[in-house]
Design a protein. Structure first.
Length: 243
């Protein structure tokens, strides 16, 4: 495993993508930066992080032709790796907010952005971007954000934490490659935020509705039980689960 450390870059995902154009990279090549000037989250949002206080990094994973319709397994593997890392250091009240935010209570501590390179209907490589709030304690205008330091009252060694995440990431992908799809899927659904609880959602038109999260479909859509026990599936752009 090659770990490339940068003082600053626009985005570790973008840096890794540029490297991949120019050269052949080993599986699990990692780019980690003390500062990202243009870090990105889901659906075009920005990931804000104080310099040198958090983990902002990207990992290259060779997928060897995983079918596109199985791509949600990537979200499952990565979010479970982060979940297991934080559980090991006793972060309280952990859950995964669909599709792949890691929460403590209702506070977000980690975000994930996965970008795939396709050949036909198969995924050849994935660039997995991870932003983990570690030692930052001020989150201006981010009322739902928290960090490991705020939650546990102590600072963490970033390199040590990075190695823990990478070890868990490798372990979950080994499980997937060894036929553990069903086990991983069940583990993911078991820790979904608000699962089987009455929850408020906002649809793409800005309207609110109530429902119960049942699980996630094979295509990665959120399954919500509505009135009259009707189950409807939503993709990421169609629904927002409110905190």
């Amino acid at each position: 495993m090659q770990i490339i450390k940068l003082n600053a870059t626009d985005s570790t995902n973008a840096y890794l993508k540029k490297m991949l154009v120019d050269q052949t990279l080993d599986d699990f090549t990692v780019v980690v930066a003390s500062e990202q000037t243009n870090g990105r989250g889901q659906i075009g949002t920005n990931w804000i992080s104080e310099t040198g206080k958090n983990l902002t990094f990207s990992v290259l994973k060779n997928m060897n032709g995983l079918a596109v319709h199985h791509q949600f397994l990537l979200n499952i593997c990565v979010s479970l790796a982060l979940f297991n890392t934080l559980r090991a250091i006793h972060i309280p009240d952990l859950s995964i907010k669909w599709p792949n935010d890691i929460l403590s209570g209702s506070s977000k501590v980690c975000g994930i952005l996965i970008e795939n390179t396709l050949t036909g209907n198969q995924i050849q490589t994935s660039i997995i971007g991870i932003g983990l709030n570690v030692n930052q304690i001020n989150f201006t205008n981010l009322p739902n954000a928290s960090s490991l330091k705020l939650l546990l009252g102590r600072s963490f060694d970033l390199d040590e934490l990075l190695n823990m995440v990478l070890a868990n990431l490798e372990q979950t992908f080994v499980s997937l490659e060894n036929g553990g799809k069903e086990i991983l899927w069940a583990a993911y659904e078991n820790v979904l935020f608000r699962k089987n609880k009455p929850s408020t959602f906002e649809n793409g038109s800005g309207n609110y509705f109530m429902g119960f999260i049942k699980g996630v479909s094979e295509m990665g859509k959120l399954q919500v039980v509505l009135e009259d026990d009707i189950i409807k599936e939503f993709d990421l752009k169609e629904v927002k689960l409110l905190y």
